[in-house]
Design a protein around this ligand. Structure first.
Ligand code: NAD
Length: 351
């Protein structure tokens, strides 16, 4: 049966970068069916909601979903529940994608563009596995109240269950087996109950099912420091929603432009994954045809690998991106002058 990739181009530069994914897919995987739906602000304009029920149902039936980006100043005044970002949260929830994979890897051709010295980032290849649907961003109760003395008090709740920790840890251990076989699990077990539970559950699971994988526990604050001191010591980093949000952004910055960074959000085995560049809709450059399409193209590479089970095509695409960069192809954000389509051309030529 033929596989389907649902494209959700979205707003701003989203359609510009996903157009290059279309071109790549036409050459690399001509048998892959591409479907497309409105998403974000454009969906609100056309359909009155940032994502329609029909689009969500289509996503759930697809083999993988690849989005561009959503949002922009045009929709700043839209009611909160109809904002483009709400469409994204709704989609993640509907797809139950609990493990966020964010690679931070340094292409040799771009090592000098890093804010760290070349010798610290050359060869960097790390994978963050961030828990995406639990923790303090979702825990109840959460509120702001006014106290009798007139002060205001804000409350968020950090909460994790065994099964939430276990399922995301499994993803990290499985990934490590296909890489350099090392997992660092990050928490604050010294000061947080959820951190203590996190460490215990990861340790138990490791003992039970993944004793062949090297496991180290590290306090999240130490990890923040180690990431800028010696990032190449890491292979897979496993952490919760909040620490993952912060530390994966830090790691991303090690390798240069937002325009280079893909991500994946995975749910249970056999369910479609959600792939997206980590950048936003970049309203400041939207419509100019200068956005870097590589984050979107590398998100497609991840979809080929993790949802579509086409590792050979993923390897080919990755090598093509590497070759295009080595040959000097650069969009503006990475110090060159190519347009979005010309960067697409460079990848196609290398393919
Ligand atoms: P942004 O990522 O859109 O842009 C930050 C900066 O990086 C801008 O200067 C932009 O020009 C540049 N940039 C981003 N992607 C680039 C690319 N591919 N090539 C070249 N340069 C690139 O973040 P922002 O400006 O904070 O947010 C803009 C809008 O995007 C907001 O509405 C925000 O809510 C939304 N947003 C959406 C997502 C998403 O869809 N997942 C993520 C982040 C932000």
């Amino acid at each position: 049966m033929s596989q389907t990739l649902l494209l959700l181009p979205g707003d701003g530069i989203g359609p510009e970068v996903t157009a290059q994914v279309r071109r790549v897919a036409a050459v690399l995987t001509p048998d892959l069916t591409l479907d497309e739906r409105d998403f974000g602000g454009i969906s609100f304009d056309r359909n009155g909601a940032p994502i329609t029920e029909e689009a969500i149902a289509t996503a759930l039936k697809s083999d993988a979903v690849l989005m561009g980006a959503v949002g922009g100043p045009k929709w700043a005044g839209v009611p909160r529940d109809k904002r483009p970002e709400m469409g994204l949260l709704g989609l993640r929830k509907a797809m139950d994608v609990f493990a966020n994979l964010r690679p931070a890897l340094c292409f040799d051709a771009l090592a000098d563009a890093s804010s760290l010295k070349r010798e610290l980032v050359a060869g960097l290849d790390i994978m963050f596995v961030r828990e995406l649907t639990g923790g303090v961003y979702f825990g109840q109760p959460r509120f702001i109240e006014t106290l009798p003395d007139g002060q205001r008090r804000g409350v968020d709740t950090q909460v994790y269950t065994t099964s939430e920790i276990e399922r995301v840890s499994r993803v990290a251990f499985e990934l490590a087996r296909g890489r350099r076989n090392k997992v660092h699990s990050l928490e604050k077990s010294n000061v947080m109950e959820t951190g203590l539970l996190w460490r215990e559950v990861v340790t138990d699971l490791h003992k039970r099912d993944y004793a062949d994988v090297q496991l180290e526990h590290m306090l999240a604050d130490n990890a923040a420091m180690q990431l800028v001191r010696q990032p190449t010591q890491f292979d897979v980093l496993l952490t919760d929603n909040l620490f993952g949000d912060v530390l994966s952004d830090e790691a991303a910055q090690l390798t240069g432009s937002l325009g280079m960074l893909p991500s994946a959000a995975l749910g249970a085995a056999g369910k479609p994954g959600l792939y997206e560049p980590i950048h936003g809709s970049a309203p400041d450059i939207a419509g100019q045809g200068v956005a870097n399409p590589l984050a979107a193209i590398l998100s497609f590479e991840m979809a080929l690998r993790w949802s579509l089970n086409r590792p050979a095509e993923a390897d080919r695409l990755f090598a093509a991106v590497e070759a295009a960069l080595a040959a000097g192809a650069r969009t503006r954000d990475i110090g060159g002058g190519l347009s979005t389509a010309e960067m697409g051309d460079a990848v196609l030529k290398a393919l």
